[in-house]
Design a protein around this ligand. Structure first.
Ligand SMILES: *Cc1c(COP(=O)(O)O)cnc(C)c1O
Length: 424
């Protein structure tokens, strides 16, 4: 007879909870068989995944290395120090906080350290590609602070003149750059000089291209920008989570106390550990090959879709993101997303600049190359995937989306997935 503790530690999920185990198996098949083009999604290395089956999730800590409130913390202290040190080396920063549970919470901690309720924040509006945590009315950031925004010009590029005008008119405490659907590099020096004129702090949220910055494939916000936030699960290929880095120690201390005890309690030790592992991978010279393939695959998808006659916001991309403008095709983003999924290609509907559709309908599709590049794909596969998406969308726009989809495309997508497996 097994004791209750033995049962607790030994019985497998399939036995204790077949319902959840069944859903996990189905999710496994879905991921193996589909081609993932949703921009924030990515895979972790085998090394990162080992963290989650280790015993580190059972560590519980509060505070920071050297300033904990529990015993038994020597190993997690060592790990968190490594994570912080690697984060600083990745971006040339002086200070790093690796504890935010998500990108949104990283931003929230920055606001909590710099702003008082009612202060003015200048950020990019959502339909131009901004992020909801940058002042959307239904997010805490939009409820507690006064958000004013800048957008993109007719070609989809950031309108720096408008940014400067807004800064001079509203004198914000904080200017935010970066977004969730802006496909181009940002002129950080120009933003810093506008901020200086109005005495504002600057935050660059580089969630969608932080891996490319580390690899030197995208310009770095430092030394121009005061504070940089990013998620760690996009092209840094780590666990879901957030990171804050800055170059000023004093600002760093304020950020630390804003994260804990400001907006979070204890951090997640397994997340910090997996962050340390993925940061180590990103610092390895081999990471450059990955980042180059991310960029090459995104550019090839954009070119193929443009050649197939689709509008690409800004005409191309400098990042993993491609934003397809569906206006004039008779398709909306939600319909295109659903039809592509029937072909094994996952994407997401997205607002495009000047969009008049609702956020849950939209006139655009956002595609990202971070996950396919992790699977080993590059420019060649990006081009073919762009062509396949073009074929599917063209057909949807001419013949409607009834039926099971194009069998030839479905077959080719399955082949792609099989040729580039995700679990060794
Ligand atoms: C993904 C993303 C975030 C964070 O998202 P979470 O889901 O909160 O981790 C924040 N800012 C930008 C620009 C993003 O792209």
């Amino acid at each position: 007879m097994l004791s209750s503790a033995e049962i607790f530690f030994r019985r497998p999920l399939a036995e204790t909870d077949p319902e959840i185990a069944g859903a996990l198996l189905e999710e496994r098949s879905r991921q193996i068989e589909q081609v993932e083009l949703i921009a924030p999604k990515n895979y972790m290395s085998r090394a990162c995944r080992e963290v989650f089956t280790s015993l580190i999730p059972f560590t519980s800590v509060e505070g920071y290395p050297g300033k904990r409130y529990h015993a038994g913390i020597a190993n997690i202290d060592r790990i968190e120090r490594l994570a912080m040190d690697r984060a600083c080396r990745m971006f040339g920063a002086a200070h790093a906080n690796v504890q935010p549970h998500s990108g949104t919470q990283a931003n929230q901690a920055v606001y909590f350290s710099l702003l008082e309720p009612g202060d003015t924040v200048l950020s990019m509006d959502l339909s131009s590609g901004g992020h909801l945590s940058h002042g959307l009315r239904s997010n805490m950031s939009g409820r507690w602070f006064r958000t004013v925004s800048y957008g993109t010009d007719a070609t989809g590029f950031i309108d720096y003149e408008q940014l400067a005008d807004q800064a001079h008119m509203h004198r914000p405490r904080l200017i935010i750059v970066g977004g969730s659907a802006y496909p181009r590099t940002i002129d950080f020096a120009a933003v810093a000089s506008i901020a200086k004129e109005v005495d504002a702090m600057t935050l660059a949220d580089i969630s969608h291209f932080s891996g490319l910055v580390v690899a030197g494939c995208c310009p770095s916000p430092f030394p121009h920008i005061d504070i940089v936030t990013t998620t760690t699960n996009k092209n840094l290929r780590g666990p879901r989570g957030g990171l804050i880095v800055c170059r000023d120690e004093q600002v760093g201390r304020r950020i630390d106390s804003s994260v804990f005890p400001g907006i979070q309690g204890g951090p997640l030790p397994e997340m910090i550990t997996a962050k340390a592992v993925c940061f180590g991978e990103a610092l390895d010279p081999s990471f450059r090959d990955y980042a180059e393939r991310v960029l090459a695959a995104a550019r090839a998808m954009a070119e193929a879709l443009a050649a197939a006659g689709f509008g690409i916001v800004t005409g191309g991309t400098d990042t993993p993101l491609v934003l397809v403008d569906l206006r004039g095709t008779g398709l909306t983003g939600d319909v295109a997303q659903a039809f592509l999924e029937r072909h094994g290609i996952t994407t997401n509907r997205n607002l495009v600049p000047g969009d008049t559709e609702k956020p849950n309908v939209t006139s655009g599709i956002r595609i990202g190359s971070s996950a396919i590049a992790a699977r080993g794909m590059g420019a060649e596969e990006g081009r073919e995937l762009g062509q396949l998406i073009g074929t599917v969308l063209r057909r949807a726009s001419q013949e409607g989306v009834a039926g099971d989809g194009d069998p030839a495309v479905i077959e080719r997508v399955k082949q792609f997935a099989a040729e580039f497996p995700i679990d060794g």
